[in-house]
Design a protein around this ligand. Structure first.
Ligand code: CAA
Length: 387
């Protein structure tokens, strides 16, 4: 990390996040990877360190920092544990729709408890048959007096079993396709809201990913996000544009964490009477990895700065940073396992967990195939007319 590119406050924030990651997360990362239960002690430590609402404006109880600061924190957390990194970042994903589209009353109601760490929020977009193709979702929300009645199932709901709020997208007008989708914030304790299957995952096992069943789930009409129906698809896309640098930072953190371990191991490990790190072939691998990580980090931070600047067209750079950083994470963590040799393939060392945790970053918040689609569409639009 090139410190000169960051304000003293950002350097201090990153140090604070790193301290928490090293003292609270790393010691229990392996335990939660095995148990696949939710690390409440970690959540409470994040809350007590005042880091819960980094991205939430001060008027709603947050730190008032932007996407770049969020990325700095997510990277440090993920360097110690990828699951704990996303368990934190998904609160930004769930709350961005409120920030982007919520009325003042809705922001005042939902954001302060998220900012203080008292409550968590999830993001209910995907369904069994509607992953990449969000517009084909089937969950329905029908108006009934001053309520909506929601019926359907949400899939891949990260933190869904522990979050108090869930930003749920549903079709309010089936005639209008993507323009007939609306978003609602559903609160836990609603009798029509039920947590279903818990996924048994390859990686990020410290964070729950569940199915959510909405069965005649009645929500007040006032919990429709924004003023009018039909804005949900765009709200989801704008949200993903803002949130993808968070996944990219998770990937950078995982790659950096794996490289840290590989440097330490190759220094200590001796073969042919010398340290493995003294072989030029190994040094070139280390050089390639640190170069790829720094390049990814800088693209992520450029995307975050662009978003924080308030610029409107952010889809391309956001997708580019997610694509690049997550591909780097997969390559670097795989190469780090290689540097550990046979030991890297066994659970005696923490390195294999980095490789397992990295894989999902190429898949969620839009597969990297979808990122390429978003990038290409933007590129062709920008260059139409031969500029
Ligand atoms: N910002 C604002 N508006 C946008 C937009 C954006 N980034 N992208 C599209 N829109 C608008 C379009 O302008 C269009 O508007 P009009 O109807 O007014 O013309 C409308 O939305 C429909 O757009 P498209 O025709 O481009 O939609 P599409 O059906 O072709 O889909 C897509 C585009 C990019 C493939 C989109 O479906 C997509 O991003 N898919 C991936 C979804 C995804 O990332 N899911 C992950 C969920 S979160 C998760 O992983 C779980 C977790 O908890 C971590």
């Amino acid at each position: 990390m090139i410190e000169e590119l960051y304000t003293p406050q950002q350097v201090e924030l990153r140090e604070r996040a790193r301290h928490l990651a090293e003292t609270v997360m790393r010691p229990v990362a392996a335990k939660y990877d095995v148990e696949q239960t939710y690390p409440w002690e970690v959540q409470h430590a994040i809350r007590d360190a005042g880091l819960s609402g980094v991205w939430i404006p001060e008027e709603y109880g947050g730190m008032g920092a932007g996407v770049l600061d969020l990325c700095l924190v997510v990277e440090e957390f993920s360097r110690a544990c990828g699951g704990m990194g996303v368990g934190f970042a998904v609160n930004a994903l769930g709350s961005f729709p409120i920030l982007v589209a919520g009325t003042e009353e809705q922001k005042m109601r939902w954001l302060p408890p998220i900012a203080s760490g008292e409550k968590l929020i999830a993001f209910g977009l995907s369904e069994k048959e509607a992953g990449s193709d969000v517009g084909s979702m089937q969950t329905r929300a029908e108006r009934d007096g001053d309520e909506y009645v929601i019926n359907g199932e949400k899939k891949w709901n990260t933190n869904g079993s522990v979050a108090s709020f869930n930003t749920v997208f549903a079709v309010t007008n089936p005639e209008r396709g993507a323009r007939g989708i609306s978003a609602f914030v559903v609160e836990d304790g609603n009798p029509g809201y039920r947590v279903g299957k818990h996924e048994d995952k390859m990686g990020i096992r410290a964070v729950p990913v569940v199915e959510i069943h909405l069965e005649n789930c009645r929500v007040p009409a006032a919990d429709l996000l924004g003023e009018t129906e039909g804005q949900g698809f765009k709200q989801a896309m704008i949200t993903l544009d803002r949130a993808r640098p968070g996944v990219a930072s998770q990937a950078v953190g995982l790659a950096q964490g794996a490289l840290d371990l590989a440097i330490e191991y190759t220094r200590e490990r001796e073969q042919f009477g010398q340290s493995v790190s003294s072989f030029q072939g190994v040094q070139w691998m280390l050089a390639d990895m640190t170069t790829q990580i720094e390049a990814a980090r800088q693209l992520v931070h450029a995307a975050a700065r662009t978003i924080d600047s308030g610029r409107k067209n952010i889809s391309k750079i956001s997708a580019m940073c997610k694509l690049m950083a997550t591909d780097v994470a997969m390559k670097v963590t795989t190469d780090c396992v290689q540097l550990f040799g046979g030991y890297g393939y066994c659970k005696d060392y923490p390195i294999e967990k980095y490789m397992r945790d990295a894989k999902i970053t190429q898949i969620y918040e839009g597969t990297n195939q979808i990122q390429r689609l978003v990038i290409a569409r933007s590129l062709l639009r920008e260059t139409a007319g031969g500029s």
